[in-house]
Design a protein around this ligand. Structure first.
Ligand code: Q46
Ligand code: ZN
Ligand code: ZN
Length: 312
């Protein structure tokens, strides 16, 4: 297979785009496409300060690399979750995030959950009894809370995450199966800022996971290969496997599923827009972040519960 641009031997073949490229042209194509998506979905401008949530994995490090190559003002945020059983996941992912930042002279903010709140994520999950055996619910809550807190406290205009097409299609699939209308309405490449919530963007939402792997390998970016040990057996992995089977039989199916959804959502054809009541947000009386809960936000309530258990 030959590169469509120069005729040299292709190293990446994207069946869904009917496009094969050599390494050099692939490394040009990915940022060009990202710049196009940033513009199309009006994510941010070169004048805005971007905070990239960096986990040490290929998507977030790839995203940071692309944004910096495109000349955006992008700093990183690493959240230390304290998930160190088995493969030393947190320790290794922080090492790789820091390594990338140091090698490219970039600023990486590091927030350690245990230092901030007294316990690592698995213990917070256990003590708050929100885990049902897995710490993912508490982890997601803590990540959202901390990312928004840091973006607000340090004056960033926008928070960027490395969600790729496989992630977005799996979430969309789950939300569609459940007809979770409120989640469907909120799912998109941009979540505008509102009542103290930072704008959230997903510049990689149209890249397949394997395209990000190819990008990081071609750029020589060292990233953590292993998933978080708690991801094993998760619903989202199961949905990804199902969608991969579909993609093998019908190349491009995943992209079409996602893009058609975005079109329908934009033109108000989801038939759910008018039925969803928007939650009224007000500042949490403890941390000041927006919440729809009556007094304090669910994160502060979780921490309060953990502290009560710890003290008793
Ligand atoms: S939520 Fe669950 Fe992830 Fe947190 S505990 Fe690991 S798998 S990192 S995306
Ligand atoms: Zn080429
Ligand atoms: Zn709060």
């Amino acid at each position: 297979m030959k590169c469509k641009k120069c005729g040299a031997k292709a190293s990446v073949n994207m069946r869904q785009h009917k496009l094969a490229l050599c390494k050099e042209h692939y490394l040009e194509w990915v940022p060009e496409q990202t710049a196009r998506f940033i513009k199309k979905y009006e994510m941010f401008t070169h004048y805005e300060k971007i905070l990239v949530a960096v986990s040490g994995g290929k998507d977030s490090l790839g995203l940071w690399d692309i944004l910096v190559r495109l000349g955006y003002q992008a700093d990183g945020l690493y959240l230390g979750l304290g998930i160190d059983e088995g493969i030393n996941y947190s320790h290794e992912s922080q090492r790789l995030a820091q390594k990338y930042a140091d090698e490219h002279q970039l600023k990486l903010h590091v927030v350690d959950i245990e230092k901030e709140y007294g316990q690592p994520i698995p213990v917070l999950a256990d003590k708050s009894h929100r885990g049902y055996g897995k710490p993912c619910a508490v982890c997601g809550l803590a990540k959202r809370h901390e990312m928004n807190r840091i973006a607000r406290d340090l004056g960033y205009d926008v928070l960027a995450t490395g969600h790729n097409l496989d992630d977005e299609a799996a979430v969309l699939f789950g939300n569609t199966l459940a007809w979770a209308s409120e989640f469907l309405l909120r799912q998109g490449p941009v979540l505008p800022s509102a009542d103290g919530l930072a704008r959230k963007v997903k510049p990689l939402c149209r890249f397949y996971e394997r395209e990000m792997t190819a990008y990081c390998l071609a750029r020589g970016i060292e990233y953590i290969y292993e998933e978080c040990p708690f991801a094993e057996g998760s619903q989202s992995i199961y949905y990804k496997e199902l969608l991969n089977q579909l993609e093998t039989a019908r190349p491009g199916a995943k992209l079409t599923f996602y893009l058609r959804f975005l079109e329908a959502r934009k033109s108000g054809e989801l038939f759910i827009e008018n039925n969803v009541e928007r939650a009224h947000l007000h500042p949490c009386s403890r941390c000041g972040q927006p919440t729809s809960a009556p007094d304090i936000c669910s994160f502060c309530r979780m921490i309060e519960k953990v502290n009560a258990v710890t003290e008793s």
